[in-house]
Ligand binder design. Structure first.
Ligand SMILES: Nc1ncnc2c1ncn2[C@@H]1O[C@H](COP(=O)(O)OP(=O)(O)OP(=O)(O)O)[C@@H](O)[C@H]1O
Ligand SMILES: [Mg+2]
Length: 263
């Protein structure tokens, strides 16, 4: 039987950017992640929440090629994929922003963004030299793309605030063709204002069509930025709820009880 085409485009199923099906990972006798499934759609922000040790970091590490799952599958745009390294996930457009941002303090913004992939030009048509002007222009362009306003891109990043450094790290990731950005507790070390700026940055990235998966313990941030909230406990996904219809109490109950709960 031929399937009936959807007449109403809004009712057509959305394409899944990255799908995780029943991913599991054990450490010795401990099931850090137990058959966790999650579909991520283009242009959405999903927050992953749960108590310490719930399995959040382990789960996202399986999405980004850092850890190989013991069982389960990943699909991208409908095809089975397997990442044997972060580099392979990166090639597929999946980037992770680690808490240790990996910036070089004494370098300025363009130097950090192009670290290891510097642009070159030829002086007098022969001698290869760094193309500082081009890197600076690309840097300004990248920062504009994420709506980040940095006062002095030619100063060492050491003199910048936590939020500004995050912007540099994100701009650096965007040099590649990113489709999914994973952030493991990006706001943990930031002050209130700085955290707010990173939230603004996430909203900006979503507006540009990126998918963001963010781990956070701060439910205020989660409710401020996420379209959906995914709760984990003891390695299992307890439930996934739309932020628009979720309540703060409901999420707390789910985190604590490990069972689905009503708003
Ligand atoms: N490399 C490892 N070796 C052994 N056990 C590990 C390893 N990584 C994680 N675990 C264990 O797996 C469980 C899940 O850890 P994970 O780091 O994924 O939790 P989490 O939800 O990210 O917690 P947190 O909110 O504290 O960051 C924990 O019990 C942890 O001790
Ligand atoms: Mg963690």
């Amino acid at each position: 039987m031929t399937p009936i085409p959807a007449l109403n485009p809004a009712a057509a199923p959305r394409e899944i950017l990255l799908g995780a099906q029943a991913l599991s990972k054990s450490y010795g006798g401990l099931r850090a992640v137990n058959a966790a499934s999650l579909d991520l759609f283009p242009g959405e922000v999903v927050a992953l929440v749960g108590d310490n040790g719930a399995g959040k970091s382990t789960f996202v590490k399986m999405l980004s090629g850092v850890i190989a799952p013991d069982a389960g599958t990943l699909t991208m745009s409908g095809r089975d994929v397997r990442f044997n390294s972060p580099a392979q996930a990166r090639e597929a457009g999946i980037e992770t922003l680690h808490q240790s941002l990996a910036l070089v303090d004494v370098f300025n913004v363009p130097e950090n963004i192009f670290l290891g992939r510097e642009l070159h030009t030829r002086r007098f048509g022969v001698l290869p030299v760094l193309d500082k002007a081009a890197m600076r222009t690309r840097t300004i362009d990248l920062l504009q793309r994420i709506g980040a306003n940095l006062p002095a891109i030619d100063s060492p990043v050491r003199s910048m605030s936590g939020g500004q450094r995050q912007a540099v790290a994100i701009a650096r990731l965007l040099l590649n063709e990113v489709r999914l950005l994973i952030m493991d507790e990006p706001m943990a070390a930031l002050g209130v204002d700085e955290g707010r700026k990173v939230l603004d940055l996430i909203v900006e990235l979503r507006a540009r069509g990126l998918t963001v998966l963010i781990i956070s313990h701060n439910l205020e941030h989660v409710f401020g930025v996420a379209d959906r909230i995914c709760v984990m406990k003891n390695g299992k996904i307890v439930g996934i709820v739309d932020t628009a219809v979720a309540s703060h109490d409901q999420i707390v109950r789910m985190i604590v009880s490990g069972a689905m709960s009503r708003p």
